[in-house]
Design a protein around this ligand. Sequence first.
Ligand code: ATP
Length: 888
Amino acid sequence: MAAKLSPMMERYHEVKGENPGAILLFRMGDFYELFYQDAQNAARILGLTLTSRDKNSDNPVPMAGFPYHQLDNYLQKLIQNGFRAAICDQVEDPKTAKGLVRREVTRVITPGTLTDDQLLDPRESNFIACVAPSKTSIGLAWLELSTGRFLVSDIEPALLQDELARIRPAECLVPEDSTGDGDLPVARKDLGGPVLTGRPGYCFSKDESRRRLHEHFGTKTLEGFDVDENSPAVTAAGALLEYINDTQKSALGHITRLESYRRNRHMIIDEATRRSLELTHTMRDGRREQSLLGVIDETSTPMGARLLADWLSSPLTDAQQISERHDAVEEMVQDLSLRDDLRELLKGMYDLQRLTSRVATGRCSPRDLSCLAQTLEQLPRVKAKLASRKAKRLQTLEQRIDLCPDVRQAISDVLVDEPPVTAADGGVVRPGYNATLDELRDLAKGGKQWIASYQAKESERTGIPSLKIGFNKVFGYYLEVTAVHLSKVPDDYIRKQTLKNQERYITPELKEYEDKVLRAEDQSKALEQEIFSKLKEGVAEHVARLLLTAETLAEIDVFVGLGTLAAAAGYCRPEVTEDPVLDIREGRHPVLDRLMSAGEFVPNDVRLGVDGAHSLKPETQNPKPASPDAAGRVQIITGPNMAGKSTYIRQAALLTVMAQMGSFVPAAAAKIGIADRVFARVGASDELGKGQSTFMVEMTETARILNSASNRSLVILDEIGRGTSTYDGISLAWSITENLHDEIQCRTMFATHYHELTDLTATLKHASNWHVAVQENNDDVIFLHRVIEGAAGRSYGIHVAKLAGVPRSVTERAAKILDMLETQNVNEDGKPKVPQRESSRQRQKQLSLFTFPEDPLLDEIRNLNFDDMTPKQALDELHRMRQELADR
Ligand SMILES: Nc1ncnc2c1ncn2[C@@H]1O[C@H](COP(=O)(O)OP(=O)(O)OP(=O)(O)O)[C@@H](O)[C@H]1O
């Protein structure tokens, strides 16, 4: 039979049962302790020593622990490893507790509900999402608890993965029965997705969700937030709010509104495209640096950095809105002192969004409030700098800044200039603010002085020079006499404790003063806590104003950052148009351009869908195309390996994204037709973890493009069809290009090694050939990285193999094989054999595109002379041929 548990372990089991799925950190004295499986997990993940409780019993309990002040450190590691942690604290003072100290869970921390600065990356948002499937669509809600941003959207099930890739939540709530490999297309954490947390079915009740949201926002309807009350998104939002209430156990006053996210107001970028364009994280190591976001981020505050990431992840599609952003950036570019002064001011600000949220949840420290006041102090100068600006958006932002002078004054009236991190030890409230507090402080200080003089007096009276006054929690103040002087101890000393080499005494006089001092100290600390709590509550009433101002500062920061970037890196303002064109002069790849030394990156023009009427005025580097077709909407780009094909097509997509997010672009001039979607099928991504072959992934992504691109989309394709046999590959690439050209009619850039595809331009009216130039020097090839009109002559693959160190014997043999293959597959005029383009009807019938080496049997059939044969002979011949085929 199991041994009876101690009352404390009984409480442990109770709390553990109330928090299933979370690692329980159980406060015992100065330590957080973990037991059973939690201890074993923690020992492995946190490197704690595994010991055991009740070592001598039959069932020793595994146990591990760490000092309470290291909580943040260990929490971070647990959360990074995908765990949830319930923190069970002692909620009454052990000194005054009768019996077992009461312990309660004060907070459950999960990857998506982090709010502590130490646990968060200041420049990245940390969202928690919730998915509520319905018969027709999927309701999606996502919230950043550290800032209070709360958004909802209804989406088609097929788009869920793309949306989650955009939001990148750290945690995603799903109905309990769909956490496995089930029906919801949410990638698991081990496959790069969020941590999935299953919630019971009743959390997803539509009516209950609506009621919860009404109650939280204090509204009767959600229509005011532009949210349809009956949409599944409302169910998701309600379930999400329920989870937050459940885990946080604190006020949520900073969640002041619901935002309705409308996909059709933003450029749609699917997960694969987002990944391969490396918009916010690199493919190789998932880091922010060296992604597009990493190189364009010149913001000065974490609020700005997070908003910039948001803009980059959801570029706009409305020309007016985009232009308003460009106007603001332009003003920053043109006015050096405006952007430099604002930059200086912003650098002196703290993260007002996260500070305000901590105020709302009641978790702010005295130092937080002081940082908040310091930030508010800068506001008048920011507002003054933005006064009477030309750009409409800057004017709006200027008006939106709420200086909150009352809040700032309230904080600085109460707090000392540099308050400590916690209010518990006092020293928070400014002298002169509260007369009672001042008195108590005086008394506490005076008491200390009295003790010093009492020590001197007693030392003299007793003739014990080493007589000392000490303090401990058990005995309070005492007089300490070393063994050699014991004979001099006067009669009025009362012995309290005997140690090895000294004795400790108290006197009535000392006791009386001790009581006074301690009481005064305790009272002053309690009063300080009270004053501080009142201040927090007072500031919390202004959360909505503070958050709006924080959002405004974030946007100003983004404009200053984009202006600084554009001025420093020589970007131009793109002209944005509804026409489906892409006309970029001397464009540069934004990431390579910033990473390479000045002048090293070779600029290139991109001309898609450009005819005479659309063309930019100033002619730059490249000659004007010979015919309108030469600048058609489909570009086939050939050139050697390593020449810069991928760089060139990615550059076109990245510049489009940048322009639509409101940024200037790295080019001499650019006219960018608004794209509703950008698709990038670039390079083979490793999806083996999802159980798909490289070719399957490539085709799945291609299918998605062909099924969802519109004539306003921009499609960039890199070496489609590479993962299969050459003929299959070419055939697919060929017909995919035809489809994009004829049916979808969107702007397309296709980089390929299949030179056969350059002949597509003979039949596709709006397609043109471009290639990356190289300079041949005897046996040497120099990559010029310059894209010019026309098809490439050769692919130089063998040359690249040589550069990569493939043995000479292999490359020489390869050169011979290449020679042989090339002579087999050319027409009399030396051009590769390619099929003639046929009408749509003919195309249905067509089976083969290329001239394969003919089977000798075909010749035999052609030469059969049926006139000289009997039916039996003809049949025999047919049998023979069939046998020959079977024998092969
Ligand atoms: N315009 C440019 N200016 C300077 N360097 C460039 C330019 N374009 C590309 N490069 C350099 O060449 C390298 C190869 O470029 P990229 O990957 O685009 O070649 P590619 O033609 O697509 O090659 P492959 O066919 O082998 O995939 C880049 O990593 C970069 O260092």
